[in-house]
Design a protein around this ligand. Structure first.
Ligand code: PHE
Length: 459
């Protein structure tokens, strides 16, 4: 499989390895902690249906675009845009900034998850459910740094073993394990007294909750959850051979991601519903508190099952976080490798150095640097970088990418690439999506999120 670009480029061992890797990147903390909270907030089933429709129209269209662009050019994101003219390289540069921003803070949260996983075995469920445990831990200095470093070390080792030797093997083990654990825990929590009311709240659509805010929330979630607009799917597409069907692959990746999000909601919403008494109360706990404060309390009340359920739950979240962090790190490495023309090893060293230092810096936002509140009182450096990447740079990258493909190189360039490996029946629909619908939706997300962060609108 000769491809252009740097020598010794990596490649997947087959179509399923690729699908699993893309799904492993997609399935992450976003599915586990953000999706259930959004579903609880926006009337359960109504949100589920909206999300499903968006993923299988807009989401898979964007996935297809990025993967085909990567495969067509055989380059990670900067090189991919540059191939069509030097003046377009800036889109790739902008996309490349995103994984460098996200990886450090993602690893901080990964460290928290690792701490809780081990905590169920070492400290016990009561300790983790105690008031103030979470805040004490993240603001407590050295310990949170150690867990972050530990999480990073695992990620670096897997990436250093390469695409086939490290990433594929890690996914092959962690993804099925994750699904088995999610099904088991969902089944268990549904047997808790009162959980069925929570499940009904989660599943039955309450159409009165349908609103523009719901659609915007679902759109933003979809972007992050499918790992779009940050060069990951371009890179992963560049490792793919020309025979593998792209259309069926993107539908499977989307299906995987939605499926795990759905399961996460089924585990978390009914359990939290039991503890808090209503869906609205669950929805009031955005951000880390649902996962790191409320759930440990729910588990803490489970008696003898607490240790096992808590441990398995956090282990599954840990696997989801690890596989996503691996994809982020791999993308950083690939960007440096292609951009600087360095060997994979040297690129990895550079990425490890930058990400580790940046992670330590962002983590200081909960400790020595907590006086910095970039987005207003109570916000942290982590919140700021999350906002910068998700609400600002990613929508801009997505918009530029759609305009680039829709209006500059023209959709046919991508349609031809897709058709190399099979018929593309939805090409007309896809073209309309990329040229007209996607740019509009992306601008809506960006304006809404920025306005929300600065308190101009609330939703
Ligand atoms: N898609 C992942 C999630 O849902 C997050 C992620 C973001 C992964 C960016 C890679 C890159 O958590």
């Amino acid at each position: 499989m000769a491809s252009t670009g740097a020598p010794a480029r990596s490649s997947w061992s087959g179509k399923w390895a690729f699908i699993l890797a893309a799904a492993a990147s997609a399935v992450g903390l976003g599915n586990m902690w953000r999706f259930p909270y959004l579903a609880a907030k926006y009337g359960g089933g109504t949100f589920l249906i909206t999300y499903l429709v968006l993923v299988f129209t807009f989401g898979v269209s964007m996935l297809l675009l990025e993967i085909a662009l990567g495969r067509k050019t055989g380059q990670s994101t900067i090189g991919a845009f540059k191939q069509f003219g030097k003046k377009y390289a800036f889109i790739g540069v902008l996309a490349s900034i995103v994984p460098f921003i996200i990886t450090p803070y993602y690893c901080i949260i990964g460290g928290w998850v690792a701490k809780y996983t081990v905590g169920y075995l070492v400290d016990g469920p009561e300790a983790l459910a105690a008031d103030g445990f979470f805040t004490g831990f993240i603001t407590g200095g050295a310990e949170s740094f150690l867990w972050m470093f530990l999480f990073m070390a695992v990620v670096y080792v897997v990436v250093s073993l390469g695409v086939k030797g490290g990433i594929e093997k890690a996914n092959l083990f962690m993804m099925p394990a994750l699904i088995v654990m999610a099904v088991a825990i969902a089944a268990y929590t549904l047997t808790m007294p009162g959980a069925l009311d929570g499940a009904l709240y989660y599943l039955v659509p309450d159409f009165s909750k349908f609103s523009p805010e719901l659609v915007i929330g679902a759109l933003g979630q979809m972007f992050y959850s499918l790992s779009l607009a940050m060069g990951i799917m371009v890179t992963y597409g560049s490792y793919l051979d020309k025979k593998s069907s792209l259309t069926s692959s993107v539908v499977r990746i989307g299906g995987f991601d939605v499926g795990v999000s759905f399961l996460a909601g089924l585990m978390i919403v009914p359990a939290a519903f039991v503890a808090m008494g209503s869906g609205e109360a669950v929805a009031a706990n955005s951000g880390p508190s649902l996962m790191f404060v409320i759930l440990p309390q729910v588990f803490g009340d489970m008696g003898t099952a607490a240790t096992v359920v808590g441990f398995l739950f956090f282990l599954l979240v840990l696997f989801a976080a690890l596989t996503s962090a691996i994809s982020l790190t791999e993308t950083c490495v690939s960007i440096v490798q292609d951009g600087a023309g360095w060997s994979r090893k040297k690129s990895l060293f550079a990425v490890v150095a930058v990400v580790t230092v940046a992670g330590a810096f962002v983590n200081l936002g909960y400790n020595g640097l907590s006086f910095i509140e970039p987005l207003g009182a109570g916000t942290s450096l982590l919140d700021f970088f999350d906002f910068l990447s998700n609400s600002v740079i990613m929508p801009i990258v997505a918009l530029l990418t759609c305009v680039f493909v829709g209006w500059i190189i023209k959709p046919k360039a991508i349609v031809d690439e897709v058709e190399l490996s099979g018929p593309f029946r939805a090409s007309g629909f896809w073209t309309v999506m990329i040229k007209y619908v996607a740019p509009v939706l992306v601008v809506v997300i960006m304006v809404a999120f920025v306005a929300q962060t600065f308190g101009i609108v609330t939703f």
